[in-house]
Design a protein. Sequence first.
Length: 144
Amino acid sequence: MSTILVASDAPTVRAEIAATAGNPNITIVEARSGPEVMALVAESMPDLVIVDMQMGNMGGMATTLELRLEASYGKLAHVPVLMLLDRRPDVFLARRSGAEGWLVKPLDPIRMRRAVAALLDGGTYYDDSYTPLSVVAAPAASGI
């Protein structure tokens, strides 16, 4: 049995994640702010924290950085974090914060399930759906 803490100040985001990631073997706990995440992690030590990048009070990056800081000096155990990003440039922030994974919105159930499974298994999940396709230049014509 796994416990996932879902943090977002948007009820629709929390509901979408709970509907997608939840199953009989997973308990979903909800938080609405970064400080609430910190308290719930200290209290119940979930197996995974899914945190929305944009929360009104202590957003996803600040929450993840605080979790990493508290784990670094032994106040909390390390807990994997999956960040939900609003745009492609936020990947830089997710990397800097120490998140084990991220998804770029809009969310889809397949990527969400893959990410949750990977992080619960101790791995990572880096959403590459935002990566532009490579463009290969045609070879230059000779004699020009």
